[in-house]
Design a protein around this ligand. Structure first.
Ligand SMILES: *[C@@H]1O[C@H](CO)[C@@H](O)[C@H](O)[C@H]1NC(C)=O
Ligand SMILES: *[C@@H]1O[C@H](CO)[C@@H](O)[C@H](O)[C@H]1NC(C)=O
Ligand SMILES: *[C@@H]1O[C@H](CO)[C@@H](O)[C@H](O)[C@H]1NC(C)=O
Ligand SMILES: *[C@@H]1O[C@H](CO)[C@@H](O)[C@H](O)[C@H]1NC(C)=O
Ligand SMILES: *[C@@H]1O[C@H](CO)[C@@H](O)[C@H](O)[C@H]1NC(C)=O
Ligand SMILES: [Ca+2]
Length: 521
């Protein structure tokens, strides 16, 4: 009675899902599992080689998203957007959080863990946090790189299993929970820990000096059997690189299996919403730090114990990681608010945000009949501190419009990716005048026009820029207007860049204006 009537109840009365299950002496919980730089290297997304039985099994009890996108293809900015529902230009996390990059969200930003904590939900994070400050992202239970080795909490799946168990079996706390398990796999590690291989694929594999991860059975792949994505050069170096990535994806997969086993053993498999996704594109050319689909598209599954109608079905609806906060709040029956209960710093950006994402729970029941108006947005600013390359993008089912705000600069390359075998091979081939065996030239990759418009139906690889074609003028204009509106709604400081200055104080306080610079020659 309660289960089948859930949605009607929601509409007609104020009774929410949580009340409903409470009535049946059950509690609603959520588990968010995030991969780090993970892509579609799994069976459920038709990769024939990468062995991921646990992710495939989770997908079978989930709605599988075929059109999910991150709001920014960079680690901390993406995680901040995931946990606040606001794009990075709005929450303040313009680039990476760690080391000299030092980005943080504004102190008065209201995040998911903060709201859940206030609403009596027990919150936990295991693995890579990579966001700050602590006051914006508080968790009751926290085992992260802030006080552990990132390898132990992000890649050692035995350790992750034990921490998950510790969180789930706390007998002295019977509040509903939100657990966020953020793997560091399958991130590269050649830049920080080369001794463990390019993707840390040797860490814990039992070889001399590598230690062991008791629950991990390493799987090794043949470079010539790899399923190469279209945006990678087909060279031996790249194939070897991807083979190492697959080994690390398989560790992630086995880790996901262990977590789900812990969830089951704790008796919560049937009252927990499970969301799986990844923070940004794979760390390969045209991937991470790009707003091309190869950088933005993410795997996503949502498995609900209540909504079983569309399990093992695919949705083509456009979804964004900005939708995760609205989805989880919907799940817990909590209304979004952004009033910070604590006295916030008066010098902070005024926080009157409305979230632009939407709950994805309705998709678990049925596919929308008309998806014409669906859009997702992307907003990228930096990555590393030196990598100033703001981009804004809008994507519909058919078109993608990209605004490269700093288009006079070459597209920047990060330290981690620069050292990767794939990029080193591209550089070496370029310098030796050898064929790159890539779908772009290096010059095209570095030098981008201010505007890029693609018809994704005819040109999924985003090769043929239509931005200056007169026959696309109307579409260009429509997309540009929608993008600009979204920038306004999300208080984007880059709203007028680079050809005008946004004036929004003093005499412009009630009437913000883009004042022209006359810098287009
Ligand atoms: C809760 O249980 C009571 C008694 O069984 C029932 O009358 C009521 O309708 C239930 N409420 C909900 C929200 O299912
Ligand atoms: C890390 O800090 C949290 C509190 O912030 C604490 O609960 C946890 O035990 C700490 N872990 C380690 C390994 O120090
Ligand atoms: C278990 O819950 C209690 C009560 O909330 C808390 O004080 C304690 O730190 C928790 N322990 C763990 C391991 O989460
Ligand atoms: C992984 O964690 C387990 C359990 O804490 C430990 O026994 C093992 O030595 C760790 N493996 C590595 C490679 O650090
Ligand atoms: C779908 O929605 C669009 C925009 O709202 C509208 O123009 C179109 O007629 C609708 N199509 C159908 C089949 O209802
Ligand atoms: Ca990442």
């Amino acid at each position: 009675m309660c289960y089948s009537g859930v949605i009607t109840l929601l509409l007609l009365t104020t009774i929410n899902l949580n009340d409903c299950l409470k009535n049946e002496s059950k509690r609603l919980n959520a588990l968010l599992i995030l991969a780090d730089d993970g892509g579609f290297e799994m069976g459920v997304y038709r990769n024939r080689i990468s062995q991921t039985p646990n992710l495939d099994k989770l997908a079978k009890r989930s709605l599988i998203f075929n059109n999910a996108y991150t709001s920014v293809s960079s680690c901390s900015p993406s995680r901040s957007a995931l946990l606040t529902g606001m794009p990075s230009h709005q929450n303040g996390m313009y680039g990476l959080h760690q080391g000299q990059h030092h980005f943080n969200s504004f102190n008065n930003i209201v995040s998911l863990p903060k709201i859940l904590k206030n609403e009596g939900i027990r919150t936990g994070i295991i693995g890579k946090k990579h966001v700050g400050p602590e006051m914006v992202y508080p968790f009751d239970y926290s085992q992260t790189e802030e006080n552990n080795s990132i390898l132990q909490v992000g890649r050692n799946i035995t350790n992750i299993k034990l921490l998950t168990r510790e969180f789930l079996t706390n007998q002295s706390d019977d509040r509903p929970f939100f657990l966020y398990v953020a793997f560091h796999d399958p991130h590269r590690c050649g830049h920080t820990n080369p001794e463990y291989g390019e993707f840390c694929e040797k860490f814990g594999n039992g070889d001399i000096g590598m230690g062991t991860i008791p629950d991990w059975q390493p799987i090794y792949y043949q470079a010539d059997e790899i399923d190469l994505p279209y945006f990678l050069p087909d060279t031996p170096a790249t194939r070897q690189d991807v083979a190492a990535q697959y080994t690390t994806v398989s560790r992630l997969d086995q880790g996901v299996g262990l977590i789900l086993e812990e969830l089951k053993n704790s008796g919560h498999l049937d009252d927990t919403l499970i969301v799986y996704s990844s923070d940004n594109g794979i760390p390969f050319p045209n991937g991470r730090t790009n707003v091309y689909d190869s950088g933005l598209a993410e795997p996503m599954f949502i498995s609900s114990p209540i909504h079983k109608e569309r399990r093992n079905k695919v949705t083509y609806s456009l979804a964004s990681l900005l939708d995760v906060v609205p989805t989880l709040l919907d799940w817990y029956g909590i209304k979004y608010y952004n009033h910070n209960s604590e006295e916030s710093n008066k010098n902070e950006i005024e926080n009157n945000a409305v979230l632009t994402g939407r709950s994805l729970l309705p998709l678990l029941e049925k596919e929308p009949t008309n998806k014409t108006d669906e859009v997702i947005f992307a907003s990228h600013n930096l990555h590393e501190i030196t990598m100033y390359y703001p981009m804004r993008a809008i994507r519909t089912h058919r078109y993608k419009l990209i605004h490269n705000i700093n288009y006079n600069s070459p597209f920047p390359i990060d330290q981690d990716f620069y050292l990767s075998p794939t990029f080193q091979d591209i550089l070496e081939r370029y310098r030796n005048h050898q064929p790159l065996k890539w779908f772009k030239t290096l010059q095209e990759y570095y030098n981008r026009p201010e505007w890029e418009l693609y018809d994704l139906k005819l040109d999924a690889a985003e090769m043929n820029n239509l931005a200056t074609k007169s026959s696309y003028k109307k579409i260009f204009q429509q997309l540009q207007d929608k993008l600009s509106n979204w920038q306004k709604v999300t208080n984007d400081p880059w709203l007028c860049a680079p050809h005008a200055v946004l004036e929004n104080q003093g005499m412009y306080k009630n009437n913000p204006q883009c004042l022209a610079l006359d810098n287009l020659y």
